[in-house]
Design a protein around this ligand. Sequence first.
Ligand code: ADP
Ligand code: ZN
Length: 662
Amino acid sequence: MKWMVMQQRLHCYVDCTAKPFWRRVTWAWLKNKKDRFGEVYKIERNMNKYEVLKKYFGYDSFRSGQETMIDAILEGRDALGIMPTGAGKSICYQVPALLLPGITLVISPLISLMMDQVKALNQAGVHAAFINSSLTEGQIHKALQYASQGRYQIIYVAPERLETESFLSFAQNARISMVTVDEAHCISQWGQDFRPSYLKIVQFIENLPVRPIVSAFTATATREVKEDIICVLGLRAPEVLVTGFNRENLYFEVRHVAKKDEQLLEYVTTHSSDSGIIYCATRKNVENVCAFLEDMGIDATRYHAGLTADERKRNQEDFIYDVKPVMVATNAFGMGIDKSNVRYVIHYNMPQSLENYYQEAGRAGRDGEPSECIILYSPQDVVMNQFLIENGRDSGEMNLEDRELILERDRERLKKMTYYCFTNDCLRDYILRYFSEYGSTYCGNCANCRNQFETVDVTEIARILIACVQSSRQRYGVNVILDTVHGANTAKIRGYHMDQNPCYGKLAKVKIHRLRNIMNYLLLENYLTTTNDEYITVKLTQRSRAVLEEGEKVTMKMAKEQAAGSKSGGSKGSSKGSSKAAGLADLDDQGRKLFEQLRTLRMEIAKEEKVPPYIVFSDKTLVQMCVAHPIDKESMLQVSGVGEFKYEKYGERFLKCILEEA
Ligand code: ADP
Ligand code: ZN
């Protein structure tokens, strides 16, 4: 039984023979022609890039940046695209791949990524395959045989494959127009996901009979990684494109809550028709949160490294195929998940760094639709992350000095992440600044921009906090300082003799969460600083002296109590113009009803085709159908995301559904 399923899947992944009869005949004929290179690959050359985009992907226009990359490649130049998740990197090499005369080899690090891409391409009518260790030797042999016959325009391979004899001999005799390196940051030792076999790519390219165009794509933007990619891959005068990291459709929020489960449940139940990911810091949390949601009647599933490979696979598929809309997971989940209709990403625990956060949050809204990214913050998250940093990393063969350096870097990252949870300025701006990009200080689409703030003078409290640090000779951490000024009567405080400190109990009347907010603000603005050692202590800075000795005033923005947590408001400044296509939220009752019907139909088709629903059509495309109400083939093809091939396959079923509803 299992074997049969495998067979079916392989049919869909590898042997893309879903061709009309005449096409098969043409292939057979071409196969026998001597001049294989000359003829077989010419098929799409009479199309231009816009026609390819429309026919196969169903889109009317390129997004910013895509065209620059495509033009460079079609001129025969190397190219490097650094674009955030969801920007549409795949189109940048898939469109040229369909226009270039030979094969495009895409080197990709993960099997799941390759499968997903190939499935999507096959659904769009593109002949693509992957060759990796999920196939048997026999299947690989067959796939390479088809590849040599020119059956595939795009072939995905893992970097390790480039060293095998069978693949090398195929490559020597094939016409390879382009080698595309996906997730190219894996080539850099600076990157988080360094993969040694990526270093072999350049040798493979050099040994090809004709040097192909080389293009590379990643979402990692640091300078070191960029330089490594260009240098290690040996890119020749590449067109380098770095697009902004801003993701306008993502809404950011941090909630400081004591009862996370309650908040979570409320959110998930009020978004019950949406698909979302809930990230937790530990496996134990994943288990607890998932069990809690299930007890409350939510269709949730879970993913972490402690589960068997079988269960991980099953749960992942349940999520991707929309069987279970909620995924509770550790950060082990997500790499290679292309699901485009994830409407929210909630962090049940604050992550360790903004790098992690932006990557994980970025899995929301890949289809460009409005989506929410929320952190449920509690002070214990910081403690837990500190513990994970000090004890978690497998430092392998690292020497002591390197280990200490990395620890220090991690502590610094955690600090910046914590400040994010406390800033009252635009959250998007904070993130973009962190990645060295300067946005506007008001985005209108984060909790801070939407909330009403007032500027409060906190000089008096700041002076006492700073004085406490000074009088205790800068020997203690944040918690001891806060407990001291708050007058806590604990064994720890007595043990440190802080109950005799001149500041002891001076701020007993101020709520502890407010004190913590102000302390974090002082750290954020460098009125105080902390060390990056294992035992983090608070230290004075130049600015502390200015407050204590020169009478500098400290003011900070604080959420007005009544407005806190409210998501309306946002009346300040100019909110973004809505030139965007309509979203789910814009549909009226009737529109929503139709949307649900189209969604049911999509699920039916997805099951028949054995692909995730979003590969059939994205949510965005369904919404557009609800808005545009196409009545015939012509108007259906106008809907963004409906290409000719997909129309032929199931366009009429969608049309019928829309017409019946009208
Ligand atoms: P990335 O690899 O950069 O994370 P993808 O290639 O997965 O992004 O694209 C993200 C989503 O955007 C996909 O659903 C894709 O179909 C869609 N997309 C890409 N280019 C366009 C375009 N020109 N117009 C409309 N949608 C697009
Ligand atoms: Zn903002």
